[in-house]
Design a protein around this ligand. Structure first.
Ligand code: 5GP
Length: 187
């Protein structure tokens, strides 16, 4: 039987650059697969169903949840998110490492269930940097923007619970550092 793969979780405030780092990692490390979460949030322009998220109605989401389909679930910004349990288990059991890009509470919940999982926190150099980045991204209305900044403060307060903390003051450097950490975990 193949050795089991690893579960690697990346968290960090909305707008910090997790998506970019994960995309680059996945292009360069074919033995790692990213779990696609289920969400009730509406797709942003350019987001693709089944690639960025599985976009579901609240009813579909609740049905999946009732069936025990999620490794963890979380609700933020009035939306619901969940990590599909079957995808994670199947890949890990077949020897693939799985990357989850999820929020802090979800990450800590998974760590409790699966203590061997590794948690990486991607932090902005400062809250001011994050505000600027989210402004530039321009994907949120004012209410959602404010909620994300508020949630960012809570996420940053929890960063010391992570196995690794990387400051994203340069996206290339941050990606390289995370790649090195993941290579070390999966070697
Ligand atoms: P966004 O709406 O900006 O795509 O994601 C909002 C937050 O939800 C981000 O911090 C993202 O990492 C987190 N997130 C996405 N999918 C999941 C999930 O399945 N579980 C949890 N706990 N958080 C998630």
């Amino acid at each position: 039987m193949a050795d089991k793969g690893h579960l690697i979780i990346i968290s960090g405030p909305s707008g910090v650059g997790k998506g970019t780092v994960c995309d680059r990692l996945l292009k360069q490390r074919k033995s790692i697969v990213k779990s696609v979460s289920v969400t009730t949030r509406k797709p942003r322009i350019g987001e693709v169903d089944g690639v960025d998220y599985f976009f579901k109605s609240k009813r579909q989401y609740d049905e999946l949840k009732e069936k025990g389909g999620f490794l963890e679930t979380f609700s933020i910004y009035d939306n619901y998110y969940g990590t599909p349990a079957e995808f994670v288990e199947k890949n890990i059991n077949s020897g693939k490492s799985v990357l989850l890009e999820i929020d802090v509470q979800g990450a800590l919940a998974v760590k409790q269930k699966m203590p061997e999982s590794k948690l990486i926190f991607l932090a902005p150099p400062s809250i001011e940097h994050l505000v600027q980045r989210l402004c530039k991204r321009n994907t949120e209305d004012e209410q959602s923007f404010n909620k994300r900044i508020c949630a960012a403060r809570t996420e940053l307060d929890n960063k010391d619970k992570y196995d690794y903390i990387i400051i994203n003051d340069d996206i290339d450097k941050a990606t390289e550092e995370i790649k090195r950490i993941i290579d070390d975990i999966t070697k």
